[in-house]
Design a protein around this ligand. Structure first.
Ligand code: PGA
Length: 256
């Protein structure tokens, strides 16, 4: 893992944008794996700015999102369909048929999961997978205890995740209890490069265990130690438990 420690959230977003934009320019048909939550918002704003300035083109880019809540209609204001529309898709020239988010509403979810992995494979895998990390070490919605050998699947959200995500809903009871998520296997097997972003004190312990801890289902992000090309951009409050030696700088994402 390469670890880049940055001063603040703006620097994290700018670093993530510059690393990824270089790759998008080099490979206009790139396949991006996208995340939701608070962390990648700044990255998406940076991409939108670059697009508006005419320095980044998404017309041939294809995207696969990590996850979606079960039971929220795509137009629900807290669905990840809506999040992606508002924060990226409607603001750049991504073609709707090039974007993919698991359809977890009124569908045969077992079939949805199977087809999602098949679509990712048919696209040739994911060139850069963007990840956040939960305070409990989840990636996507792969909560502690998840079997790392499974692909896209339906999960029961951890109580701590429901609590954390309730900040986006009017009431705690409105947060769905289940989601469809790419599995650890989907992420590990299909991603050529992984870019994980973390900021805020509440992520510090999970970031420390991801980098220095044992590889264990107790902290799903620790499986990333087994991936050959992971870059972690971490803001200094989220980095304060890291050993000095782990921190360095890297100017580019590289292939395997
Ligand atoms: P956050 O969520 O970006 O909203 O902190 C990250 C995650 O739970 O994976």
């Amino acid at each position: 893992m390469r670890v880049i420690v940055v001063e603040d959230y703006a620097a994290l977003s700018q670093k993530a944008a510059s690393l990824t934009a270089d790759q998008i320019r080099q490979n206009p048909r790139i396949v991006l794996g996208l995340a939701t939550g608070s962390t990648p918002l700044g990255l998406y704003q940076e991409w939108v700015e670059m697009y508006k300035q005419g320095t980044l083109d998404f017309s041939r880019v294809r995207t696969f999102n990590l996850d979606e809540y079960v039971g929220l209609a795509p137009e629900h204001e807290q669905s990840y369909h809506t999040y992606m529309q508002q924060n990226l898709f409607s603001q750049v020239n991504l073609r709707p048929e090039h974007t993919h988010i698991p359809s977890a509403y009124q569908a045969d979810l077992t079939q949805v999961c199977k087809e999602y992995d098949e679509r990712i494979e048919a696209a040739g895998g994911i060139d850069i997978q963007i990840l956040g990390i939960g305070a409990n070490g989840h990636i996507g919605f792969n909560e502690p205890g998840t079997d790392p050998g499974i692909g896209t699947h339906i999960v029961q959200l951890a109580e701590t995740t429901i609590q954390a995500n309730s900040r986006f809903f009017a009431r705690l009871e409105e947060v769905p209890g289940q989601a469809v998520t790419m599995g650890i296997r989907t992420i590990m097997k299909n991603s050529r490069q992984i870019l994980l972003l973390a900021y805020g004190e509440e992520k510090a312990e999970a970031v420390r265990r991801m980098i220095h801890g044992d590889i264990s289902a107790n902290l799903p992000a620790s499986y990333l130690q087994l991936h050959p090309s992971v870059t972690v951009i971490v803001e200094k409050k989220a980095a304060h438990l890291l050993d000095e030696i782990a921190c360095g700088t890297a100017d580019a994402l590289t292939g395997r």
